[in-house]
Design a protein around this ligand. Structure first.
Ligand code: ATP
Length: 362
């Protein structure tokens, strides 16, 4: 049985539907992420898990138990907010002990549980410090320790890293992964940052306009997006309009108008004449002044370099195809520094393996 089950949940505000028939389940021990652009409904869904909002219809089950009539404080669930919300006048130990005092746990039990959780988050030495005497990472660990001390079944994290600068954010991501592994609590994490979601999660639900567009492991979300929205939202992606020309068991031929025919993997339900989008990650494209066109597994086109963006580890080439369409190709820079392969207006040839492109039906 899944730890958490969300069954056909709908939430409206007036005539606006914020969460639209969402179904998903989360296994015990998972790091599960709700990912999507601002306004897609992820916080509303999280608030319903916490009990701060009630669904209009559908059900939320935890350990098989319907949570409809269970108030927030009675749910085995805790929320960590962006600001951490630590009490500034209380020591680390007192901050962590606070929920246990509220729950009228005995002083001896409080002492042993606080000691145990401080060890879990590697803050044994910091029990007497105050929040202003801690680094951002340590403060986050205290906030998580405080939310874990009541032994919730589920920890809800709402954009906990969004206020941090890039470097600290990266450190904290590592901290979060380590902590989650160590304490083994199930995380439901909300973010609009696709890089963060890919780095942290066991599985990701990509949300758009109140609905789950795709639910998969990070590798599947990145490599096999199931819709144009997911392909576009997750990382950089070329999206080329195309029409299906022929379909066989192993391959499908699609025509990119004004450019030519590209082979790709067949997709279920496709029929000849149907239109769609060929999605192709920039790092899957090879670029050269001239390429060997003999390889039947490769798709080849010609183009002209329109722009080059030096990005440190890679250079992004924006190449104009014959029909004027722009395609992004990402090439790694050499260890010796920037490999200056091409200049603006250079004629180039592009190639990619037929199975690197992924066709999305309209
Ligand atoms: P963000 O990343 O910006 O927080 P989100 O995906 O978490 O976005 P929600 O906060 O879930 O989005 O909001 C979803 C939609 O529901 C938004 O359009 C929002 O304006 C609307 N909404 C949320 N709460 C309320 C409310 N209490 N009353 C009216 N509309 C609301």
């Amino acid at each position: 049985m899944a730890l958490l089950e969300i069954r056909d949940v709908v939430k409206t505000f007036g005539d606006f539907t914020a969460v639209n028939h969402v179904n998903l389940s989360v296994e015990a021990g998972e790091f599960f992420t709700l990912l999507g652009p601002s306004g897609c409904g992820k916080t509303t869904l999280l608030r319903m898990l916490a009990g701060f909002e009630q669904p209009d219809s559908g059900a939320i089950l935890l350990d098989g138990k319907d949570m409809s009539n269970v108030p927030p404080e009675k749910r085995p669930v805790h929320t960590v907010f962006q600001s951490y919300a630590l009490f500034p006048h209380m020591s680390v130990g007192d901050n962590i002990a606070f929920p246990l005092k509220m729950a009228k746990v005995s002083p001896a039990e409080i002492k042993s549980r606080v000691t145990e959780i401080l060890e879990d988050v590697r803050l044994q030495e910091f029990s007497h410090r105050f929040p202003h005497e801690l680094s951002g990472g340590q403060r986050q660990r205290v906030a998580i320790a405080r939310s874990l001390v009541n032994r919730p079944r589920l920890l809800l994290l709402d954009e906990p890293l969004s206020a941090l600068d890039a470097k600290l954010r990266e450190q904290m991501q590592m901290e979060l992964i380590t902590l989650q592994k160590e304490v083994g609590v199930t995380f439901v994490y909300v973010t609009h940052d696709q890089g963060e979601a890919l780095a942290l999660s066991h599985r990701i639900a990509v949300m758009n306009k109140g609905q789950v567009e795709q639910l998969d492991a990070p590798e599947a979300i990145y490599s096999y997006p199931k819709s144009r929205f997911v392909a576009d939202f997750i990382g950089q992606c070329n999206l080329l309009d195309a029409t299906i020309k022929s379909i066989s068991n192993e391959r499908m031929q699609v025509e990119i108008a004004g450019v030519g025919i590209a082979e790709t993997l067949p997709v279920a339900g496709a029929v000849v004449g149907q239109t769609g989008t060929l999605s192709l990650r920039p790092e899957k494209i090879k670029l050269a002044a001239s390429l060997d066109v003999g390889d039947a597994d490769e798709v080849h086109f010609k183009g002209t370099v329109h722009n080059c963006l030096y990005l440190g580890d890679v250079t992004m080439y924006i190449v104009k195809l014959d029909n004027g369409m722009l395609v992004e190709a990402m090439l790694p820079n050499s260890a010796a520094g920037r490999a200056k392969f091409f200049d603006d207006n250079d004629a180039v040839e592009l190639a990619w393996r037929y199975d690197a492109g992924h066709f999305l039906l309209s």
